[in-house]
Design a protein around this ligand. Structure first.
Ligand code: MTE
Length: 362
């Protein structure tokens, strides 16, 4: 990645690598690879060699398989446009200099992914009747700590059989027409449409079909909506499908908008249905108007929307965008609380200013 291109991503952490897009850079339906967010759990970024890489498939199957990269390329492929959002996207952050409540919203991007439907390999392997879940192991490993005890682990996640067998669940080797980059999981990664990004395991080397639910760290201790503290309840809802959400990509929060027509635009998505409506408010949520959805809904991908607003008078304006999906889900006004702040899909709000020709008295 050249430094010029790297600068299009904001670095949240260099170790582990965690970078996200700026909202204004999300100006195309497909996100160029150099603007696609990156989220790693470990410092370790595996540098795998295509020639020696192997994929082992074992567990509750009749024919254990070991495949090389050419074996994967020889299988029928499928290409899909899929939006990926990190479960931690839009979490509030508390690092100064932010004086009020502040959020980062750029851990969402859309790619064109090409690969082999996972089910093709599961068919070849011959699932036994005992198969219940499919676990994926990435080549990256590091340390985690719990109750003061540190331990080594690889990144591992599982999928229920139904999701694993869905024809759109891909083992992808291409992103946006090119081989995967190291950061995005070279040479092969899982891409799970409609689920938060943690499910899309990168650098996959091992697929293990399990007879019982997977109890690994990133399955049971992370990516679970836990209510902790005095109100603790036994609820442990796993993070799975993307909640309906929209983001205003333009203008940017704090922008000065010149008098005249201004285009407010952004993207909206949902993991449980298609986005059917996006409404925009310019007065902090008192009044709402429908935005135009710019193209047909494509399954698994976000929808671009726009709203032309007439900046007819000077002042401070609070813009909000609210999406609704075909299942009738809509975005909440309030941030849904859970201990780790996952899946914040509350209505996105930004402030803009339309200037007067003279200085505005404070
Ligand atoms: N896979 C492995 N092996 N290691 C990881 O740390 N991070 C997950 C997922 N797959 C991760 C992984 C998370 S939390 C997200 S949001 C997506 O990868 C991000 O994919 P990207 O970096 O290609 O955008």
């Amino acid at each position: 990645m050249s430094s010029e291109k790297a600068s299009t991503l904001v670095s949240l952490s260099d170790d582990p690598l965690c970078r996200e897009s700026t909202l204004t850079s999300l100006d195309t339906w497909i996100t160029p690879t150099e603007r696609f967010y990156i989220r790693n759990h470990f410092s370790d970024v595996p540098k795998l060699d295509r020639a020696t890489w192997r994929l082992v498939i074992d567990g509750e199957i009749r024919h254990p398989l070991t495949l090389n990269f050419d074996d994967i390329l020889a299988l029928p492929s499928h290409e899909l446009v899929i939006t990926m959002e990190c479960a931690g996207n839009s979490r509030s952050y508390v690092t100064p200099p932010a004086e009020g409540l502040a959020f980062r919203h750029g851990a969402v991007s859309t790619g064109r992914w090409k690969g082999v439907p996972l089910d093709t390999l599961l068919e070849q392997a011959g699932l036994k009747d005992t198969a219940a879940e499919v676990m994926f192991e990435g080549a990256d490993h590091g340390q985690e700590e719990e109750d003061g005890i540190a331990f080594d682990l690889n990144y591992r996640r599982s999928l229920p059989l139904e999701k694993a067998r869905h024809p759109d669940t891909l083992l992808a080797y291409e992103m946006n027409g090119e081989g995967l980059t190291t950061d995005h999981g070279f040479p092969l990664r899982l891409v799970v449409p409609r689920w938060y990004g943690m499910a899309s395991v990168k650098w996959v080397t091992h697929i293990n079909v399990l007879a019982q639910p997977f109890d690994g760290f990133f399955q049971q201790r992370r990516y679970v909506m836990i209510n902790e503290g005095p109100e603790d309840t036994p609820d442990r809802e796993p993070v799975a499908e993307l909640k309906v959400k929209s983001l205003i990509a333009n203008p940017r929060h704090g922008e000065v908008v010149q008098p005249g027509p201004a285009t407010i635009r952004g993207f909206a998505w949902s993991g449980v249905g298609d986005v059917t409506r996006v409404e925009v408010s310019s007065d902090g949520g008192s009044n709402w108007q429908d935005a135009a959805l710019l193209a047909e809904a494509i399954p698994n991908a976000w929808r671009e929307w726009e709203f032309v607003w007439e900046a007819s008078r000077p002042g401070h304006f609070i813009f909000m965008a609210r999406a609704t999906d075909s299942r009738g889900n809509t975005q909440p006004n309030n941030i849904p609380w859970n201990f780790r702040g996952y899946a914040n899909h509350a209505i996105h709000t930004i402030a803009v200013e339309v200037p007067t020709s003279r200085a505005i008295p404070s």
